[in-house]
Each structure stands twice: as structure tokens, then as C-alpha cells.
Design a protein around this ligand. Structure first.
Ligand code: SF4
Ligand code: SF4
Ligand code: SF4
Length: 353
């Protein structure tokens, strides 16, 4: 691997040939602002917020896609760069509703952060702002394209990670909008409601319906855990306020799922505080009615029934079906119990096929 020396903001850094300037800056501990870039996706180079100056280049370049092929001198934060970035942000804000007070993204919005950092004049360019209807028609995702900055992250993740191609840019020029085929609701498309698009949206254009109005971003405490649904063991963050799970997100790190989740992992957590959630074992009486019993009574009843069947009909009259929701260790113990205690190999697992 060829190593190239670069000078970035007067720091000498060595990077492998082909590294992007954005990545090289990260190695040097320099943060370059960006909106459309996402480390899980191929660079789009559409927002132009990450522009930097490369000595010898006539125009500023997008650091997310400009690869280092030879020795370079780079300025990531000089006056020329800062002026260009501010202008780009002001152009983005020219069609933005600036609705931070009521926005679900308030406090965790990159656009809001950069607008503040670069002291943008929000109303410098006056253009008619879009007036799209807010789409709340599906059960999981609120789509408010008035806040969309057309960064394309949602389109890219639906295509590159989810391999679904449910959404894409439609129309042209000022009318450009991210949409489904024929601008229908997500529920009328083949959308899997994985919520990946929500997870990468840098603004409040896409948000989780279940969390609407329940917590400001700074009130949420993230509790990392493992998804309870299947045996993949995806890493999830429970976003908790007042001991209630408000929404589920996923950390982008070296975990098995790298921030990706399915619909169950991301949205299927309403059972946690559901009023109908079973909190103690139920025993059905002869009339078919359930009554609550203690765990001790439940285990004693199951043990005596299993013994009765085994004594009367033999071990192979009993079969055990275990669950992908259990850990490997729990599944191991279960099969051991069936084989050693019950005495049968009639054991199967819902995820076997
Ligand atoms: S998306 Fe960001 S900048 Fe836009 S209204 Fe919401 S918090 Fe404010
Ligand atoms: S929820 Fe998933 S499948 Fe549906 S549009 Fe978003 S990324 Fe694509
Ligand atoms: S909906 Fe969000 S992620 Fe998609 S293009 Fe608009 S701002 Fe970007």
C-alpha cells in the first residue's frame, strides 16, 4: 500500500493512497462539517458543506469524495472555505422552514448546529418555501419533506444497505423531492419499514412516529443492549426518558449490525410498557379461563405434567421447541434438559430453517 504525505492545516499526516480528504482530516483530528456524507454510505457529494481548499486546484473540492493520489497541501478552515460553507448553508436555509421549536430533531440536528456555528443569515435569500403535506399515513415513520435538504442519505441507505430502492429523487430543479414511485405513501410501496432512512436523516424530515412529542433529544438517555427478537443479536440503544422507552436506535460501531436494524428491532418495542403484557404465569382451568399463578406453582405444575406424560407414554411422547429469542446458552440448557432430564431427542428450534 502506497503511503502519501500530506499537509493539512499545517499538520503533516501520512495516509494510504486513495484516502479521502475527509478521512485524512479525521485521522489528523480535524473535523470537517458535512451533511450528505455518512460513513456507512458511498459519498454523494451533493451538499457541498464539506468543501476544502487544495493548493493548486482552482475551485474548492468536496472533501468526502476527493481522494488523495499525490502529496497535497489542504486548508479545511481558511476564510475562503468558511465563506463558501456559510453561503451553502444560507442557500439550504432559504427553503427550510426553520421550525426548530417544534421539531423532533431539535438538539440533535446537524443543520441546526452548523447554522449556529457559521452564524448563517437564515433569511438572506428569500424563496418561497415548499408546502408539502406532512405524511403520517404509515404506522412508523413521519415524513416532513418541508425539512428535507435533499442530501440523499435516505435514498442511498435504502439502495445500498437495505437493497430496497423504495425512495428516490423525483422531479427536477426547485421541485425536486424524495419520494416513492408515483409519490404514494410508504405503506403502499414495498417498504420494509426498517427505518434505516430515519436513522441517517440529518434533519427532522424523517422521524419515528412513536416518539413524536414524547421527549426532547437532550432528555433521552441511551441504554445499550441486544435486540430481543432473533438470534442475530443486533446492538440497540434504548432511548429512555422517565424509565419509559421512547424509541430505539442502533449504534454505528463495530457491532454485528453496524447501525442497521429491521422493523421489529427498531419499532417493535411497545410490548415493554404495554398494559396487556404478561407479568406472571397464567394457568388455564377446566373451563378454559386463565388465572394468575406464581412462578413456583407454574414450574411445579409443568414438572408434574411432564412426569405424568413420561410415565404413561414414554419420553418420546414429549417434544421441545425452543426460541430464537433465547440466548445460545439458554438454548443449550434447554436441549440439555430435553435430552438428559426428559430423555428425548425431540428438540427443535424456530430458526432452524
Ligand atoms: S431539521 Fe433541524 S434546522 Fe430544521 S427545523 Fe428541525 S431542528 Fe431546526
Ligand atoms: S424504511 Fe427502509 S425500506 Fe422503507 S424507505 Fe426507509 S430505508 Fe427504504
Ligand atoms: S429525507 Fe432526510 S435523509 Fe432524505 S434527502 Fe431529505 S434530509 Fe436527506
Amino acid at each position: 500500500m502506497e503511503i502519501i504525505k500530506i499537509n493539512i492545516d499545517n499538520q503533516q499526516v501520512q495516509v494510504p493512497k486513495g484516502t479521502t480528504i475527509l478521512k485524512a482530516a479525521e485521522i489528523a483530528g480535524i473535523e470537517i462539517p458535512n451533511l450528505c456524507f455518512h460513513k456507512r454510505l458511498n459519498p454523494n457529494s451533493v451538499c457541498r458543506v464539506c468543501v476544502v481548499e487544495v493548493k493548486g486546484e482552482s475551485s474548492l473540492v468536496s472533501s468526502c469524495s476527493y481522494t488523495i493520489e499525490k502529496e497535497l497541501t489542504i486548508y479545511t478552515d481558511n476564510e475562503r472555505v468558511k465563506t463558501a460553507r456559510k453561503l451553502v448553508l444560507e442557500l439550504i436555509m432559504s427553503t427550510h422552514p426553520n421550525d426548530c421549536l417544534l421539531c423532533e430533531n431539535n438538539g440533535s440536528c446537524k443543520l441546526q448546529d452548523y447554522a449556529y456555528q457559521y452564524e448563517v443569515e437564515v433569511f438572506k435569500f428569500t424563496r418561497e418555501r415548499p408546502k408539502y403535506n406532512i405524511d403520517k399515513s404509515n404506522p412508523f415513520i413521519i415524513r416532513d419533506y418541508n425539512k428535507c435538504i435533499l442530501c440523499g442519505r435516505c435514498v442511498s441507505i435504502c439502495h445500498q444497505e437495505q437493497c430496497s430502492d423504495i425512495i428516490n429523487y423525483t422531479h427536477r430543479g426547485f421541485d425536486t423531492k424524495v419520494s416513492t414511485y408515483f409519490d404514494r405513501g410508504l405503506e403502499e410501496s414495498s417498504c420494509a419499514f426498517c427505518g434505516q432512512c430515519v436513522s441517517v436523516c440529518p434533519t427532522g424530515a424523517l422521524s419515528e412516529k412513536v416518539a413524536k412529542g414524547k421527549a426532547r433529544s437532550w432528555e433521552l438517555k441511551k441504554v445499550n443492549t441486544i435486540c430481543p427478537y432473533c438470534g442475530c443479536g443486533c446492538s440497540i440503544d434504548l432511548n429512555v426518558k422517565d424509565n419509559q422507552v421512547i424509541k430505539v436506535t442502533s449504534p454505528e460501531n463495530e457491532s454485528i449490525n453496524n447501525g442497521n436494524l429491521c422493523v421489529k428491532g427498531r419499532f417493535g418495542f411497545d410490548f415493554i410498557n404495554h398494559p396487556e403484557r404478561l407479568k406472571s404465569p397464567l394457568l388455564k382451568d377446566k373451563n378454559g379461563n386463565f388465572k394468575e399463578i406464581s412462578w413456583h406453582e407454574a414450574i411445579t405444575t409443568i414438572a408434574s405434567k411432564l412426569r405424568e406424560i413420561k410415565d404413561n407414554y414414554g419420553s418420546n411422547a414429549i417434544a421441545g421447541l425452543s426460541s430464537a429469542k433465547c440466548t445460545n446458552e439458554e438454548n443449550y440448557v434447554f436441549q440439555k434438559f430435553m435430552r438428559a432430564a426428559i430423555g428425548t431427542n425431540n428438540i427443535d428450534h424456530c430458526a432452524r430453517l
